[in-house]
Design a protein around this ligand. Sequence first.
Ligand code: ATP
Ligand code: MG
Ligand code: MG
Length: 555
Amino acid sequence: EGSDSLNFIEQIISEDLKSGMDKNVLRFRFPPEPNGYLHIGHAASICLNFGLGEDYQSPVNLRFDDTNPSKEEQEFVDSIKSDIEWLGFEWAKECYTSDYFQELYDWAVELIKKGKAYIDGQSPELIAEQKGTPTEPGKPSPHRDRPVEENLDLFEKMKNGEFEAGSYVLRAKIDMASPNMLMRDPLMYRIINKAHHRTGTDWCIYPMYDWAHGQSDYIEQVSHSLCTLEFKSHRELYDWFLDQIYDENKLRPKQREFARRNLSYTVMSKRKLLELVQSKTVAGWDDPRMPTISGLRRRGYTPESIRKFSEISGISKRDSVTDVSLLEYAIREDLNKKATRAMAVLDPVKLVITNYPEGKTEMLEAENNPEMENSGVHEVPFSRELYIEKDDFKEEAGNKYFRLTLGKEVRLKNAYIIKGESVDKDENGNITTIYCTADLDSRSGSGTEASMRKVKGTLHWVSIEHAVKAEVREYDRLFLDEAPDAHGEKSFMEFINPDSLKITKEAYLEPFLASSSMDDKFQFQRVGYFTLDKDSSKDHLIFNKTVGLKDSWAK
Ligand code: ATP
Ligand code: MG
Ligand code: MG
């Protein structure tokens, strides 16, 4: 790779290597908090960290940042692991911040002994008030100069569960006048009387993010700890904490920041996604409308498309919003190459070919994928009575209408050229049956002169007798607004698209589709890309629409 194609994080690493850092000490980590499912924003961080691991042949740890038992669960740990695996990445070690609780505690005791940390017994409100403002120095806590022995005693009692939640905290003793508010004696530990999904009730004091994160990086000897921009101001504290415990013979991690990935027409914080789940606005974390990895997977996205999307949307220094149509572009490109072509009629009307023998079935050949070499063919049954899309017929239409009308010809895909002859209607004037004649010499691929005949318009169809019924779920954007969570007081919940899910109970598919499996990807010709839903069964087929054939959104 040429250095001009390096993103700015790769440039930082490349500089480090040039100035003498040993390539063998490079190590990265992806540090999710197991308090929700991974989303497409996390995929940016996953692709960045694991991508660096692949580029430099360096280990990448998966570290669960599990320091808050009130929000974390095993279910989330499991889903995070399976999502990363599905994306195609392998971690070197599976780590948990909770594995370091004892070590973190011991270091905290050392800080107390060095006079660099103290126990504060004031209320959280008072502590916050005393922090001051960015332009005015804060007020020192009256407990700031508590004697070391007393601090040690109180800290031990905190740990032993002798105090109520909120009664005491451990604070680092740094600088109450620092222009960086985070340096004004930040909290290191608080009491949370809740069982932890891994450590059970062993602990009732839990480390704060800033105290835990850098030390975990240090324990794992992570060389570059990459996080999102909102942590930029935390870097000073990250370094201060490392200064207190750092051994010169060991590698000293450094924190570097990159911009969060935001996507238009969606929200992307786990808290907000949880709200969508809990309010039953969606059917769960893996609802195909969710920007979660599991939702995208269920919708029919491939790992390759998500990795490709990460590559083209890139890593940036400044916050920006990526248009969701770029994600749709990535999956459409991938599926165009991979998806098996098939026919499905979503809104059927009956069509009878009057000059085709009753009771006859012909097996026609359909190419699986014209974009793929040697993709093979599959058989499609043809007979006298078919379904086509209602939309594909008008009794009369202008010259620009290339579908079926009375008196004009179109080709049935993989089959014959037909001409519209007459219709039956019900008492409301709705067309119930279309009668056609076929040019029986014109079968596709038969080699006859008539088979080469060019007519404007090709329609998809299914044979009524052979078709299988399926439910089809089509999705639209979950939000009507481009930036649903950028409306100040107004909640993102007010911008929900009420028509984001359209269910067709009776779509008709060519029989070949009945035996598909979850990993199969299809293009329903002229309709879009589809995949089986996880709730699908042999008796009740359910297909999800992944994306349309064209970008129908850009208007
Ligand atoms: P959320 O606000 O969605 O809960 P988070 O940052 O709290 O996100 P974590 O589980 O702590 O979620 O994130 C794990 C890693 O993924 C962190 O390094 C974080 O910076 C990164 N990450 C999270 N969201 C994004 C995003 N939108 N774009 C890029 N990286 C992200
Ligand atoms: Mg979070
Ligand atoms: Mg976080």
